[in-house]
Design a protein around this ligand. Sequence first.
Ligand code: CP
Length: 345
Amino acid sequence: MSILGKDFICTEDWELNEILRVLALASEMKKDPCNPRWVTALKYKSFLMLFYNPSLRTHMSFETAICELGGTAICRNPEMNWKKSKNGLSSSEALKDIARVISRYVDGVGIRITMDAVSRYGDGHKFIRDFAHFSDVPVIGMADDRVHPCQGLADIMGWSERYSPNGDVDSLKGKTLLLTWGSSGFTRPLASVQSHLLLASKLGMNIKIAYPEGYELDGDVCEQTRKNCKKNNATYEVLHDSNSGYEGAHVVYARNWVTRDAYENGEFQFQKEINRAFSFKDWIVTEEKMKRTEKAIFANPMPIDRGREAEDAVIESEYSVIYDVAENRKHTQKALLSLILGEVK
Ligand code: CP
């Protein structure tokens, strides 16, 4: 099985055994970061990161991952590189030319494009797919409006580490994930949530999704999640009550996401989304709610809105994996980059 040269834009594009290979290598790399098998895996290789939106974790974890593999990380604000009209999608230079030229300079490209960098839901994902179509080098999605596959890998690694001493991903099979919407002023895209649904269901977890009516997720993602659950004899349930779903949960994942009405006339409606989210203040993970779970771990891809998405006591509890998962962004991306761009001896 060779992953060399593959794009990583959505976990559904990859076979389960390919994803498991990345996770297994990430685990080895975490235990033994200086092993000669991989410290030069990206020697003489360069990876370009294009961020149309801000980032702390994705930027830092990719940059450090590339450095630790002996490669060169280049980060560019796309606005500095080519003229654009309204947003990142309508540039005066053709996307095919940009992608082809960049491919002549670097060995791989990562792209983040979501929220107010696009004019409507789905355009960010399409942009990355179109870029990859014209690129001669592999493209990694670093979060678009639809999915955030790298975040999915890091979470699965972090959850597995809590349920198995060796971080065995199989330990998640049959466990129940409660993925619950959280009230927040952070106006987060649907990307992380949807990647977690696709990946957790692919790995055989039971799925419960809880959100206030009006915060429906992408129908295609839900349909694929349902199919994955059915294939794995796992359950799939949707709830609209902030107090439900905690019973039987092994992982409680709380995250704000915006509504599908977030765009009006091509503009992202930040204030409208914040006002709407603040009207659902009871959508917060509390210590009391966590007591009804199977001693569930608490997850959130960060940044987390303390006191809105979850109480401080939950975030600081022994069950919280948020920093482990943030750390795992580096390990999983090291494994991904090594297998896609480089060579692990
Ligand atoms: N979770 C995540 O992708 O964080 P950043 O937006 O800081 O990269």
